[in-house]
Design a binder for this molecule. Structure first.
Ligand code: NAD
Length: 357
């Protein structure tokens, strides 16, 4: 496929989307149009590095708004879409599923319709080379026992409103590929972590609570296993899938970094003790406390990333050990980013003991 000239990134002000936008501007020659509604999860600061770049444009728009989407497609005429806009927090989906259905399901439907209308105006190589890349999660596959991995052929078994909404959007994207011929690619990734991760999610929440000397709430006995990937490795994988992936195919993305939640929190404690020791010299591991498990808490997620490695040559650059150290140091060095978020939402207090993905 010829390299895309203009890429429409939805959700480009979010945690992963902003890493994608920064990567595309820094390492490809493409024009990048970031379409984002700027919900509570968005961060303008995460895009400071690309602001003012002549290849970067921003459109504040909601993916549920079909007319606005048509306008953006007509103005920018993208030859690729990377769809990341979503409601992404499992806890919030349990407390209030409506927004998840509206954005993740209805919004994806509207975006597919807008992309399809635009794609149908293209001809020849432009039509063949167009890509709609849907960015999804391994949570659509449900929960694993102690053994085995999610592959691209694993049956869908979503168990939370969030994962059900993402599964629905995956199905819609495949259906638009099969039914209308829209050239779609999909990727399903394990848990991401890294800079600009919103403080309601497990790793940043534990870093910031750890720094504040608060209790570190771990669900159940802490034995739930997640497979962690550094966000910049994911961004690079997404560019690989967009530029080399075969239409109609999906690719699992992961870094073979399975950790129990307790291991993750203990590692964060040790890194905080190393880089920002408590005044009283006490280990932050003493702050760990166990809280009632979440309803329907999936036990284990683990990705088999063999296909993207074999067929597209992608491998992650960071191990969990290198990535988590970078991440802890980033939060220590970037209080100017997280302090206003916490003050605005009192995110740590409001979320209380809830820390899931
Ligand atoms: P995020 O919550 O940090 O960012 C989502 C972005 O989408 C925000 O900038 C928000 O403003 C925007 N958005 C939300 N609703 C919108 C709407 N209706 N219209 C336009 N924009 C809207 O999420 P993230 O962690 O960066 O995840 C990005 C994508 O990757 C999601 O689709 C998610 O399902 C998927 N994913 C995330 C992970 C992870 O570990 N975070 C893992 C695998 C897949």
């Amino acid at each position: 496929m010829p390299q895309p000239q203009t890429i429409l990134v939805t959700g480009g002000a979010g945690f992963i989307g902003s890493a994608v936008v920064r990567l595309l501007i820094a390492e490809t020659g493409a024009r990048v149009v970031n379409l984002d509604a700027m919900t509570y999860a968005a961060s303008g600061t995460a895009l400071a590095a690309v602001e003012g770049n002549p290849r970067y444009a921003f459109e504040q728009a909601d993916i549920r708004d079909g007319d606005r989407l048509a306008e953006v497609f007509a103005r920018h005429r993208p030859d690729a879409v990377m769809h990341l806009a979503a409601e992404s927090h499992v806890d919030r989906s349990i407390d209030g599923p409506e927004d998840f259905i509206q954005t993740n399901v209805v919004g994806t439907f509207r975006l597919l319709q807008a992309a399809r209308s635009h794609w149908e105006t293209l001809e020849g190589a432009a039509r063949d080379g167009f890509r709609f890349h849907h960015i999804s999660t391994d949570e659509v596959f449900g929960s694993l026992g102690a053994d085995g991995y999610f592959t691209e052929d694993t049956a869908y078994d979503p168990r939370s409103p969030y994962s059900a909404s993402k599964a629905a959007s995956d199905h819609l994207v495949r259906a638009w590929g099969e039914t209308y011929g829209l050239p779609v690619v999909l990727s399903n990734c394990s848990n991401n972590y890294g800079p600009y991760h919103f403080p309601e999610k497990l790793i940043p929440l534990m870093i910031l609570k750890g720094l504040r000397g608060e209790k570190l709430p771990v669900y159940g006995d802490g034995s739930n296993v997640r497979d962690w990937l550094y966000v910049e490795d994911h961004a690079r994988a997404l560019w690989t899938v967009l530029s080399q992936g075969v239409p109609g195919q999906s690719y699992n993305v992961g870094g073979h970094n399975e950790k129990t939640n307790l291991e993750v929190v203990e590692t964060i404690c040790d890194l905080l003790d190393k880089h920002a020791p408590r005044g009283d010299g006490v280990s932050r591991r003493t702050q760990i406390g166990f809280v009632t498990d979440r309803p329907g808490h999936d036990h284990r997620y683990a990705i088999d990333p063999g296909k993207i490695g074999r067929e597209l040559g992608w491998t992650p650059r960071e191990t969990f050990e290198t990535g988590i150290e970078k991440t802890v140091r980033w939060y220590l060095d970037n209080e100017a980013w997280w302090r206003p978020i916490i003050q605005r939402q009192d995110a740590l207090g409001r979320i209380g003991t809830k820390a899931r993905k």
